[in-house]
Design a protein around this ligand. Sequence first.
Ligand SMILES: Cc1cc2nc3c(=O)[nH]c(=O)nc-3n(C[C@H](O)[C@H](O)[C@H](O)COP(=O)(O)OP(=O)(O)OC[C@H]3O[C@@H](n4cnc5c(N)ncnc54)[C@H](O)[C@@H]3O)c2cc1C
Length: 370
Amino acid sequence: MRQADVIIVGAGIIGAACADALSERGLQVTVIEQDVPGSGATAAGMGHLVVMDDNAAELALSSYSLTLWRQLAAGQDQAARHEYSQCGTIWVAADEEEMAAARAKAEVLSAHGIACDMLDANQLYAAEPQLRAGLAGGLLVGGDGLVYAPKSARLLLGKAQARGAVLEYGSVTALEDHGVVLADGRTLRAQHIVLAAGSRCSLLLPELPLQPKKGHIAVTDRYPGFIRHQLVELGYIKSAHAASGSSVAFNLQPRPTGQILIGSSRQFGTTDLAVDNAMLQAMLRHAVSFTPALAQHHILRCWTGLRAATPDGLPLIGPHPARQGLWLATGHEGLGITTSLATAQLLASQMCGGSSAIATSPYLPERFHG
Ligand SMILES: Cc1cc2nc3c(=O)[nH]c(=O)nc-3n(C[C@H](O)[C@H](O)[C@H](O)COP(=O)(O)OP(=O)(O)OC[C@H]3O[C@@H](n4cnc5c(N)ncnc54)[C@H](O)[C@@H]3O)c2cc1C
């Protein structure tokens, strides 16, 4: 077995995507995972692939990554393997103020070549009859989609393993220059170390500007055709970017199985993964206020996960500003499934040289070094 050129800590969607991209460029990759690949935030997430446009860098990263996802999941076979569906997103506008926000969003997306359509109230109800009466309209972004992210992580890792990448089970307890120390006492060395351990990156590098944002999700039994698009209230954007406090937002997803995923909530200052009943109730009540018939549906399971959030909402992708041979691929907050493939390409282009499809500078960790 060749000595690794790169050790990746963490086999979530980010580590797996990096393993795929780096092995594709001919590097010998070892991935170290302390649990089951894809079992962290990746398994907790909704798997919504969504173009977000709160700033130019977020729009560039998410729309580039959406393009890569559509390529990866092209063809029936690949789409089925990733449980990919191009369901599109409808951003639901409750009133005229939110319609104005939808129009502003449509302008930004259209200016960047992203197809989208404003819906008046009639068009909204024709598209999604289960929505409550009295809504103003919405914005349909047809290129958005969804995947089953833990499976995608396994598939990406499998592609890397087919090129010779090695998956090692173990817990990394410390990072050294060009090396990692494992809980069993071994030290593994490589020219490059990539830290892709999600919210747990802070345990290994407490200086990182990351804080956990806890989220709840519930999944229902199968109700095929209940909704057809990912439905998100425009108010979600306020909730997603709040820097403190707890909040819920209406976010409903039609799984290809006919199940409905119900989100979303955000809480700061806790890493306790237990379901918080008050938060869950608030989230479900809010969802029912948008789709009243949801109240009749059976919920099978609820769970939580931790998003790793940076102060500016953008991920950390690139060399650690002060540590030899250490690279960061973390801080993806609530968008890491969407942005995983682009993250991996940006990291690979920095590590291996060569051009990248979008600028790498907005995501460099050095922006917080100081
Ligand atoms: C409730 C919720 C909903 C979300 N919905 C969406 C969505 O719809 N769309 C979207 O794009 N994003 C969504 N996200 C965000 C997305 O899930 C994350 O950004 C993404 O999964 C982060 O992936 P990751 O690989 O960085 O982290 P993780 O998936 O957490 O993977 C990190 C891996 O590293 C391993 N690890 C950690 N420490 C060590 C160590 N010391 N040694 C060895 N291994 C280690 C862990 O076991 C884990 O497998 C959501 C997140 C949450 C919580």
